[in-house]
Design a protein around this ligand. Structure first.
Ligand code: NAD
Length: 484
């Protein structure tokens, strides 16, 4: 049995507690397709309890001197680094991803974020303005109070810490609602925070379904701001909830990210980049490079070599020497396979397209690495987010067509361009409607810089200093000096 494969409780007010009505939801080991344990099925009473715990902790946490808050975040970061194996085991059990990849996420993403925002906690400064001889005005930066954080299943630690770390550093208290498929690492994170000295109730985790615990949390009158990462459909619902009470919301939604390879690119590097852009985490990455736009001068050779590389990828679970893991659930696999079936109608299937038949993969939610070529830009597999290991390749005549096809999308999360021509690289980067552009590599290096999603991929700053602003209000205080 894998570590973490057991029944868990929720973490509220510094304690492990079951659901008020005792109900539970199963979670699965995606690499085996077996039930691995249960989590509480949180409902209204559980959300009430978590929001009450967060509200009770808010005055103390807000009054904690910022350097002390920062020190606690740094302690949490150090503990995460020391416990990378433990957290990686929980993350990989839930997601099916490799232990090596999860270990990297614990250290270089989760711990790194607590280091970064721990260092920023005492650097929240305001502005001053003086009218000579009369008034002196200054700003106070204040936390919202109780903030809600709704997290998807594809990378709970990766995605969750993106909003948890700045919200804590800014002095808010939190109620986190992970996906029912993948709650374990965030549950343990909340407990670890208590072990590090965070006051009870500062970081609470309510488990359960989006339509139950999630709905109650986003509609709860005690919640002052919502941070949501997930699908566009749920994002719309979150905005409706926030509109009911005029509370701020940050949305990080889906993507259909274009990866542009121009004819003068370093092909060996571009091939490696294109391969991992779509097949890392079995394509279940919001910024996955799922649309490959290749200049027609190199198109045929590029696709042939990419298919050869994809054919060599080893599939397997966390405890196997694997390049690509399973999908999160059988339901997700069914959806991906339906997209593949639709793709066969419009495009040329180059490789993959089915479920692998190797005996050691039996039961797991695996799908073969799949590449479609000559995909018309208006085909469903070129427009809809699939969130699986399915690549849509479209030939383009050059920079102008590449940009036009890339921007013809409802999404604007990420994009990449491969070229040796600096002028072309910067032209493409400027003209792409995307919150992140990678040049001659894929995936952003460093979380120190802020970004905003474009178009249907959401809004609000994430990462970097500006992420703190998402969790702070600004109050201006104006003093008439003549009367004092
Ligand atoms: P989802 O929208 O189905 O669920 C996300 C979270 O919302 C889960 O915790 C779920 O329980 C909760 N939820 C569902 N309905 C809710 C409701 N009515 N009220 C409140 N909460 C509710 O998304 P998913 O399938 O878990 O994740 C995949 C999606 O997330 C993809 O679209 C992917 O692109 C996106 N994603 C985006 C980013 C990003 O940074 N932009 C990162 C990771 C994933």
């Amino acid at each position: 049995m894998r570590d973490g494969a057991r029944d868990w409780d929720m973490y509220i007010g510094g304690e492990w507690v079951p659901a008020d009505d005792g109900d539970r939801v199963e979670f699965f080991d995606p690499a085996k397709g077996e039930v691995a344990g249960t989590i509480p099925r949180g409902q209204e009473a559980d959300v009430d309890r978590a929001v009450a715990a967060a509200a009770a902790a808010a005055p103390e946490w807000r009054a904690t001197p910022a350097p002390e808050r920062g020190r606690l975040l740094l302690r949490l970061a150090a503990e995460l680094r020391d416990r990378a194996d433990e957290f990686a085991a929980l993350e990989s059990l839930n997601t099916g991803g490799s232990l090596g990849g999860s270990r990297w996420t614990v250290r270089e993403v989760a711990a790194r974020r607590f280091e970064f925002f721990g260092g920023l906690a005492d650097k929240v400064l305001g502005d001053t303005y003086s009218v000579p001889g009369r008034t002196h005005s200054f700003t106070l930066r204040e936390p919202y109070g109780v903030t809600a954080h709704i997290v998807p299943w594809n990378g709970p630690l990766w995605v969750g810490t993106r909003s948890i770390a700045p919200a804590l550093a800014a002095g808010n208290t939190l109620v986190v609602k992970p996906s029912a498929e993948a709650s374990l690492s965030l549950l343990r994170l909340a407990e670890l925070a208590t072990e590090c000295g965070f006051p009870s109730g500062v970081l609470n985790v309510v488990t359960g379904r989006g339509s139950e615990a999630g709905e109650h949390l986003t509609g709860h009158p005690g919640v002052a701001s919502i941070s949501f990462t997930g699908s566009g459909a749920t994002g719309r619902r979150i905005i409706q909830r926030s509109a009911e009470r005029f509370i701020p919301v940050g949305l990080e939604l889906g993507g259909k990210s274009p990866n542009i390879v121009l004819g003068d690119a370093d092909l060996d590097r571009a091939l490696q980049g294109a391969l991992w852009a779509i097949f890392a985490n079995a394509g279940q990455i919001c910024v996955a490079g799922s649309r490959l736009l290749v200049e027609d001068t190199i198109h045929d050779e590029f696709v042939e070599r990419l298919a050869e590389m994809a054919a060599k990828l080893r599939l397997g679970g966390p405890d196997m020497e694997a390049d690509m893991g399973p999908l999160i659930s059988n339901g997700q696999r069914e959806q991906v396979l339906a997209h593949i079936e639709a793709g066969r109608e419009t495009s040329r299937l180059v490789i993959g397209g089915g479920v692998p038949d190797a005996a050691e993969l039996a039961g797991g939610y695996f799908v073969e690495p799949t590449i479609f070529d000559r995909v018309p830009p208006d085909a469903a597999i070129a427009r809809e987010e699939i969130f699986g290991p399915v690549l849509a390749v479209t030939p383009v005549s050059g920079v102008d067509e590449a940009i036009a096809v890339a921007n013809d999308s409802e999404y604007g999360l990420a994009a990449a361009v491969w070229t040796r021509n600096l002028d072309a690289a910067l032209t493409v980067a400027e003209r792409l409607e995307s919150g992140q552009v990678y040049v001659n590599h894929y995936f952003t290096i460093g979380f120190e810089l802020s970004r905003t999603p474009y178009k249907g991929s959401g809004f609000g700053h994430s990462e970097g200093q500006a992420a703190m602003d998402q969790y702070l209000r600004t109050k201006v205080v104006s003093v008439d000096l003549s009367s004092t």
